[in-house]
Design a protein around this ligand. Structure first.
Ligand code: PYC
Length: 332
């Protein structure tokens, strides 16, 4: 099998976004939720080939655009990452909107606003444009909630840890500074990656986390370690672990949504507060609470996430499984 993909590469606040503009497969299914499940079953080799080394790398992430399931949306988005096909990806959405608009791949029905159908639900993007460049994108993300607070695990290296689980488009285990963890600023990314793998394993032995309205969204696959910002004007900093070896270079859109939901549920963040969230490299998203709603038994917030992306290249990539033994990538 030999297949070529026309990709446009960019990054959102430092984290990669590879938009597959040509060569994406036709997917069965009405909604993006159904299309995601069909892609995972039949076309996951495309994700592997485009995301993993040697064509990608540990942090690689991207998207493929599809016609939406109904007229309420402008476009459907499938997210592809080293970690799988996430129901929602915030940095991926900011990058996808920026790349797609600058390349003329989508034309919004209402200029300045895009209604995106993601597998996790409706995400509304508004953007600022200057001389053909998208300067910033603000997402109104899916309702986000604190799913469980004050859980404890015995971490193999760190010992007893308390953490919360919150949803922001994916479920996150959030580890705040405490006796056995002084804050992500005090450790190397290699420590955080190793601890995160161990943490994911022990968290998986605890309660199951399943979205109350969509059983296809389940499991705590991401770990957020919080800490002190580099710039004291910012509110907080994080290191978000995803995949097997990745720390998000952006402040993580779904992670920031989950973090705001956690803080709101704990009475520490209100509507009207600006939550400036710093990434491991110091880049920022501005988070806001746009409103509240109910998701199953959970009181949820409607998060706003604003950030920027830049486009830097075009990349025609061939995956040839007949000729290249490493066509579907590898991970070391
Ligand atoms: O920005 O939502 C995000 C994200 C998830 C995983 C990596 N980035």
């Amino acid at each position: 099998m030999r297949k070529t993909f026309f990709c446009i590469d960019g990054h959102t606040c430092g984290n990669p976004v590879r938009l597959v503009a040509g060569g994406g497969p036709i997917l069965e299914g009405q909604t993006m939720r159904e299309k995601r499940l069909f892609f995972l079953e039949h076309y996951d080799w495309i994700r592997k080939g485009l995301m993993f080394e040697p064509r990608g790398h540990d942090m690689m992430s991207g998207s493929i655009l599809y016609p939406p399931s109904n007229k309420d949306y402008d476009i459907g988005v499938l997210f592809i990452e080293t970690s799988g096909c996430l129901p929602m990806c915030g940095h991926g959405t900011i990058g996808t909107v920026t790349i797609a608009l600058e390349a003329g791949l989508i034309t919004p029905a209402v200029p300045g606003t895009l209604r995106l159908e993601t597998p996790a639900g409706l995400v509304i993007a508004t953007y600022k444009e200057q001389k053909g460049k998208i300067k910033s994108v603000k997402l109104i993300n899916v309702p986000s909630f604190l799913a469980a607070g004050d859980l404890t695990v015995s971490h193999p290296e760190l010992g007893q840890l308390t953490f919360d689980v919150a949803y922001g488009g994916n479920f996150y285990a959030i580890v705040d500074p405490q006796q056995n963890f002084s804050g992500m600023q005090d450790y190397t990314s290699l420590d955080i990656i190793r601890w995160s793998r161990q943490m994911r394993e022990v968290v998986a032995k605890g309660p199951d986390f399943v979205h109350p309205e969509d059983a296809a969204i389940q499991g705590v696959h991401h770990i957020m370690w919080t800490g002190k910002p580099l710039n004291p004007k910012n509110t907080a900093r994080n290191a978000v672990f995803y995949g097997d070896k990745a720390i998000d270079r952006s402040p993580c859109g779904t992670g920031t949504s989950a973090r705001m939901a956690q803080l709101h549920a704990r009475g520490k963040l209100q509507k009207g507060d600006a939550f400036i969230h710093e990434s491991i490299i110091g880049s920022t998203f501005t988070g806001t609470i746009e409103g509240t709603c109910q998701v199953g038994d959970f009181e949820a917030i409607i998060p706003g996430i604003e950030g920027w992306a830049r486009v830097f290249g075009q990349n025609t990539i061939t995956i040839d499984t007949d000729d290249d033994p490493l066509a579907l990538g590898f991970s070391v």
